[in-house]
Design a protein around this ligand. Structure first.
Ligand SMILES: [Zn+2]
Length: 252
């Protein structure tokens, strides 16, 4: 029997966003039959740190971080990684239509049912995160027609109670557990998620700050749950009555 290929397109801004926001999700769906996962990453994270002490020169950082991203995605099980040439911290200075066209082109190539991007607040509030969320929304609002493969758009978020803080100690953005529609809770993948986080070697300080102990292989703080808001769908009569635990719920 021919089974239809399922597809997830993750739309993020920087190397490491995928693991921070969707690590458990990617690892879980890698083990599900017939699911193809694609990551579209807008930048090479060239404004980020190079590690302490530095693992590469500033000039080498874009290629270095792209390699880290590809390694992390191999660990998690992303089937295809596409990296755009946007400059880190400057994504929101590009026209939204241009960014949306890149996303639409990837949808046309990969025919995913599921889109995942940041919630409009961007979790950390980074303007690149917000730009990717807006551009994805633009695609859904203006560029999809009835023949599109896309059935659902998810916004990655965190529950407001999560113990995450930004660099200056202020809470990051999130959503109440009540508003969160979809929870992918996958404890068996803890070590895999930890290894994907550690693959972003240049980011070891922020990884350690958010998940204390991880760099000394204590993985108890590594999150195994991803949280989403079902932001849009085009499934007639689909009205989940409880929290979804499968992104493909309601899709035939
Ligand atoms: Zn980011």
């Amino acid at each position: 029997m021919l089974t239809t290929q399922k597809g997830i397109l993750l739309i993020y801004a920087h190397p490491d966003d995928e693991t921070f926001a969707s690590g458990a999700t990617i690892a879980f769906y890698k083990d599900q039959a017939n699911v193809r996962q694609t990551l579209l990453c807008a930048t090479r994270g060239q404004a980020g740190k190079a590690g302490t002490p530095p693992l590469c020169t500033p000039e080498e950082l874009p290629a270095y971080r792209e390699a880290e991203l590809r390694h992390a995605c191999d660990i998690l099980g992303v089937d295809r990684v596409a990296v755009l040439d946007y400059e880190d911290k400057l994504v929101d200075t590009s026209p939204i239509q241009e960014l949306a066209a890149h996303i639409k082109a990837m949808i046309d190539e990969e025919q995913p049912q599921i889109l995942i991007t940041f919630a409009p607040h961007g979790i950390s509030g980074h303007p690149d995160h917000i730009a990717m969320s807006k551009a994805t929304q633009y695609v859904v609002d203006h560029l999809l027609d009835d023949s599109s493969s896309v059935r659902k758009l998810y916004h990655a978020t965190i529950p407001l109670t999560a113990p995450f803080t930004s660099k200056n100690g202020t809470p990051t953005n999130g959503d109440s557990l009540e508003d969160i529609t979809t929870i992918i809770d996958q404890k068996p993948y803890r070590e895999q998620i930890a290894k994907a986080l550690l693959a972003h070697k240049t980011q070891h300080l922020s990884v350690e700050r958010v998940f204390p102990g991880i760099t000394s292989h204590d993985y108890k703080n590594v999150p195994t749950t991803n949280y989403y808001l079902l932001a849009w769908h085009n499934l007639p009569n689909y009205q989940p009555t409880e929290k979804e635990t499968d992104l493909f719920a309601g899709i035939q």
